[in-house]
Design a protein around this ligand. Structure first.
Ligand code: TYM
Length: 326
């Protein structure tokens, strides 16, 4: 059975973008693949996180996975930092990755330009991500399009390592949701919907109250026309809402456009709000039941037990291939 693997950073506000870009894909494919989903807490500390809040967010994200429909019987669920072999592997890979290729990562360029005192971890972050993926010989990595470049660099690193030291890693492929690859900010629809956005009105959080979600969608930025058409360049706001509607309902963009061809923007927004609120309310109800359940620890214990052995074996193989130790 082929393997899929993905991770999300536990940085508090899990967004509709995270859900539609990554989690929903995992739910969709969990019956067909050997599935791994983890909490990328090591990635989150590339920028400062308050320790107490981080620990709460880690647990909350596991509950979110389960509430979204990630089935613990079909997925291996674990916390990245509990498996020390990810960072061990990462060092070995760092020594095969090039400064030049890391410097070209769009996300690094973007984030480092916003803060002069960025951490070295922000720079080496894609190598740790490659370790997460390569440790398990994942075939496919479901992510939003903003992470595509990082999966591609993981491929490059795997190919290079295999060439230098002999076949060690499976070369992974990226898996992008074909419906609404990138969910954009509701206020500034030319920008991706992001946890770190300055304006909370543009970002739908998975745990936002239904009324808050409704308000955000109803006041989403649109254009001065009144036709529901998909045109990311000239009508980014409406196109984003089409993407959201399509991703949630599973309808193609064309079907969405046909369905709303006679609607005005107000009616269309209301319908988008309805499907989002409906989907997220169900998730929130389940979340509230799960968050204080002991099952979470049991699931994580099982996850780490299984993944530590696998990642350790990969680390030992790498060391052997590289001539490290005795
Ligand atoms: P993170 O936590 O930034 O995002 C988690 C997932 O959500 C997707 N995503 C989006 N998709 C569509 N529209 C958006 N607006 C949007 N915003 C975020 C991201 O593409 C991602 O799939 N480095 C990763 C976590 C990670 C990982 C890995 C992923 C660590 N190791 C190994 C896959 C495999 C990250 O920071 O994602």
């Amino acid at each position: 059975m082929k393997k899929i693997l993905t991770g999300l950073q536990p940085t508090g506000v899990i967004t509709l973008g995270n859900y539609l870009g990554a989690i929903k894909q995992m739910v969709k494919y969990q019956n067909d693949f050997d599935s791994y989903i983890f909490i990328a807490d090591l990635h989150s500390i590339t920028v400062f996180q308050d320790p107490k809040t981080l620990r709460e967010n880690i647990k909350s994200l596991v509950a979110i996975y389960l509430a979204c429909g990630i089935d613990p019987d079909k997925n291996t669920i674990f916390i990245q930092s509990e498996n020390e072999y990810h960072t061990n592997i990462s060092w070995l890979l760092e020594c095969t990755a090039y400064f030049g290729e890391m410097s070209r990562m769009t996300q690094f360029k973007d984030k480092s330009s916003k803060n002069a005192n960025f951490s070295v971890g922000l720079f080496t972050y894609p190598v740790l991500m490659a370790s997460d993926i390569l440790a398990y010989d994942a075939d496919l990595v479901p992510v939003g399009i903003d992470q595509k470049q990082h999966v591609e660099i993981a491929r490059d690193i795997a190919i290079r390592f295999n060439k230098k030291y002999g076949d060690t890693f499976k070369v992974p492929d990226v898996m992008i949701n074909d419906k609404g690859t990138k969910i954009m900010d509701l206020v500034t629809p030319t920008k991706k919907m992001s946890k770190s956005s300055e304006n909370p009105k543009g970002v739908i959080r998975l745990l936002d109250e239904p009324e808050v979600i409704r308000k955000k969608i109803m006041s989403a930025t649109t254009d001065s026309e009144s036709c529901i058409k998909y045109d990311m360049e000239n009508k980014p706001g409406i196109s984003n809402l089409i993407n959201i509607y399509s991703s949630i309902t599973g309808l193609d963009k064309e079907e969405v456009i046909e369905k709303f061809k006679d609607s005005n923007y107000g009616n269309f927004k209301k319908e988008v709000a309805d499907v989002v609120v409906d989907e997220l309310s169900k998730i929130q109800n389940r979340y509230n039941e799960i968050i204080n359940s002991y099952e979470i620890d049991k699931i994580l214990d099982e996850g780490i037990k299984k993944t530590r052995d696998v990642a350790k074996a990969k680390y030992e193989l790498m060391k052997d291939r590289m001539g490290l130790g005795r």
